[in-house]
Write a protein of this length. Structure first.
Length: 241
């Protein structure tokens, strides 16, 4: 009997050490900003500025944290769904959904290089949807929207080093790296949710949001910024602890 009691006590201590997933928690925005940007489809952060890419015109908009446009970087590309900044080279990485391309440009919009990302997608509009740069490991994480829903890990030459199927959302529309905790955040348009996951794709937490056509997400300074494609708005949330 004593052994059973001791085992039960040890099991309780072990369970208490495992992070508990927060279920069905809804987040309310601290601020909602109307953007002067048509169809914002991806968002990134660098040097206290936001970088937002438009799916409609292929322009990268450098803005303040309040969404005020400070610079327009014109590109010749279309169908752009994701953006990230290489903090070492300061180059801008973009993903083109239908053509499954990863495109690298400089601060003036000039092409530096591009890669075709291998993989399957049933429809032209169900491909690559987001990209983020991991400065700790110097790698990229790219998400495929659906059919299949996947998390792809790439090196900086565009080679896929791992592929993880994601089961927890109806679709995947954006991704961000959380450098503080060395994990990832994903937004789903169809599920109206954001997800905190580890680098192996394991779900840590889920949070409901009320954002129509949430297409991009970035985490910085204990804030989460999400752009809405349909309403041209920027939603600012406090990052859950």
């Amino acid at each position: 009997m004593n052994k059973i009691i001791v085992f039960g006590f040890v099991l309780m201590l072990f369970s208490a050490c495992i992070p508990q997933q927060k279920k069905n928690v809804s987040l309310k925005p601290l601020e909602v900003v109307k953007l002067n940007i048509s169809e914002p489809s991806g968002i990134s952060y660098f040097n206290n500025h936001l970088y937002i890419v438009s799916d409609q015109n292929g322009i990268v908009y450098k803005t303040s944290l309040d969404g005020e446009i400070q610079q327009k970087i014109k590109t010749k590309y279309s169908d752009l769904e994701g953006i990230t900044i290489d903090t070492n080279s300061k180059e801008i990485w973009l993903v083109s959904e239908g053509k499954r391309k990863l495109i690298v440009i400089d601060s003036l919009g000039r092409k530096v290089k591009s890669f075709i990302i291998k993989g399957k997608q049933k429809r032209e509009n169900s491909g690559l949807e987001g990209v983020c740069y991991d400065k700790i490991d110097s790698v990229l994480y790219v998400v495929n929207e659906k059919s299949p829903k996947q998390l792809l890990k790439l090196n900086l030459t565009g080679e896929i080093t791992s592929t993880i199927d994601l089961k927890f959302a109806n679709d995947i529309s954006g991704i961000s790296k959380d450098d503080k905790f060395n994990n990832l955040w994903i937004v789903s348009d169809e599920s109206n949710s954001i997800y905190n996951i580890d680098k192996k794709g394991e779900l840590l937490n889920k949070y409901k949001i009320s954002v129509a056509k949430a297409e991009g997400i970035i985490v910085c300074n204990n804030r989460i910024y999400i752009v809405s494609d349909s309403s041209n708005k920027l939603y600012v949330y406090e990052k859950p602890s």
